[in-house]
Design a protein around this ligand. Sequence first.
Ligand code: SF4
Ligand code: SF4
Length: 214
Amino acid sequence: MGDMDQQMLDKYRNNFLHEVEEKVDDGDWVKMCMQCGVCAGSCTFGPDWEHTPQKIFMMIRAGKREEVLTSSSMWMCTSCYNCMVRCPRELPITHIMHGLASYAHRLGLAPKNQPTRDFSLIFWENCTKTGRVNELRMTISVYFREGFISGVKKMWTLRNIGRGLFFAKRLNPMELFVSHGCKDKDGLRRALKKADEIEARRRGYAVQPRGYSS
Ligand code: SF4
Ligand code: SF4
């Protein structure tokens, strides 16, 4: 457990709901849930979740901090918004799921090797370097994230998609050496850094070094 997590734990001991209300995007909505189960029944990923949104909200109120923040459930959300349009209490469920995932990641409690989390980190790292996504490098990073052999197998399995992307000029081999990017890369880094500082101040976080460098 990291220092930041220990500090949070000391501050909010036995009051996980209060912690979520203060630290998680749209977390102050959780107390409005009346446990009707509509979101659980509407979720497109319902059978694949470890805990449905309804259960997550119940667990937050029951103070099950560790179980919620280490769960892979929030990372399964596909942002389809099915739950949000049906919730009779109009909770921003999708946003809360992403807020919880991001908070768990910030505390270092998010599950390791979770594919959606891995993809998010690779995507963020890739696109914030130059302001544009380098599809070739991102594809390689995603395919080879579990090792060389696994990467080669994935490339072979998906070779027809790769060929299609190459002929559509979406996978340019030269991008391995030189990335295209936006005009004002320094301006982009400054904007991202500022956004981090504002967010940290708003939520009372320590600013995390993100490596917005070329
Ligand atoms: S649909 Fe809304 S009120 Fe019902 S369980 Fe889900 S979040 Fe709670
Ligand atoms: S937005 Fe997320 S939580 Fe809501 S129904 Fe879709 S996948 Fe499930």
